[in-house]
Design a protein around this ligand. Structure first.
Ligand SMILES: [Zn+2]
Length: 219
């Protein structure tokens, strides 16, 4: 079992869902940079300099990559020291960041322990999944988008009407796909491919199928 698992994929590819499944099944520790920033914010004894950088970020200034690396690397190291594997999803958004993480793993002599799994999904399915999922007006059940589910109008749980949520706004989703879609992540995937660390699973399949494929790569 590898010690460092990096999940890559466009919005709606289900990398968060797969990360949760791996955490439950194997006891991996999910490293969330958002959670680390929130923890720093809530910690009255946090490093003063770090908290000052965070305050600047919150005031709408540039995201401090250095602060995020510092927090993420410390958290990764802490868990590796406890002999726990770590899982990253959505933490690496640029080639520069990918390189920084690789340098860090190299400094720990752990490059052989890195596996990058792309959950491959077309931008079209990404858009459909994010804008066409439906929710039950009565019980709150969420029906994920699929070609088959697209035709359903009644809640499979309670039989009431399913509707598309108004906050799944197509313009916002299109912006996310421009920023985090296939064109945007291609250079990062290429970087990992050249290093021989990249494996791909078909994200168009069901959550359970994707889970099965991911597990096969890990064990
Ligand atoms: Zn319902």
């Amino acid at each position: 079992m590898k010690k460092i698992i990096i999940l890559m994929g466009v919005p709606g590819s289900g990398k968060g869902t797969q990360a949760r499944k791996l955490v439950q099944r194997f006891g991996f520790v999910h490293i969330s940079t958002g959670d680390l920033l929130r923890a720093l914010d809530a910690d009255p004894n946090g490093d003063k300099e770090d908290k000052a950088k965070l305050a600047e970020m919150k005031a709408g200034k540039l995201v401090s990559d250095d602060l995020i690396y510092k927090l993420a690397f410390a958290e990764i190291q802490k868990n590796l020291d406890l002999h726990k594997s770590v899982i990253l999803d959505g933490a690496i958004r640029t080639v520069t960041q990918a390189k920084k993480y690789e340098e860090f793993f190299a400094s720990l002599n752990l490059l052989d322990e890195v596996i990058v799994i792309e959950i491959k999904l077309s931008d079209e399915t990404s858009f459909n999944r994010l804008t066409k999922r439906k929710v039950c007006t009565a019980c709150g059940f969420i029906l994920p988008y699929s070609k088959e589910n697209d035709l359903k109008v009644d809640c499979p749980e309670c039989g009431e009407k399913l509707v598309v949520r108004s906050d799944d706004n197509p313009e916002t989703i299109q912006k996310r796909i421009r920023e985090q879609g296939n064109i945007a992540i291609q250079p990062i995937l290429e970087y990992y491919r050249e290093k021989g660390e990249l494996f791909t699973v078909d994200g168009e399949k069901s959550i359970d199928n994707v889970d099965e494929e991911v597990v096969k790569l890990l064990v």
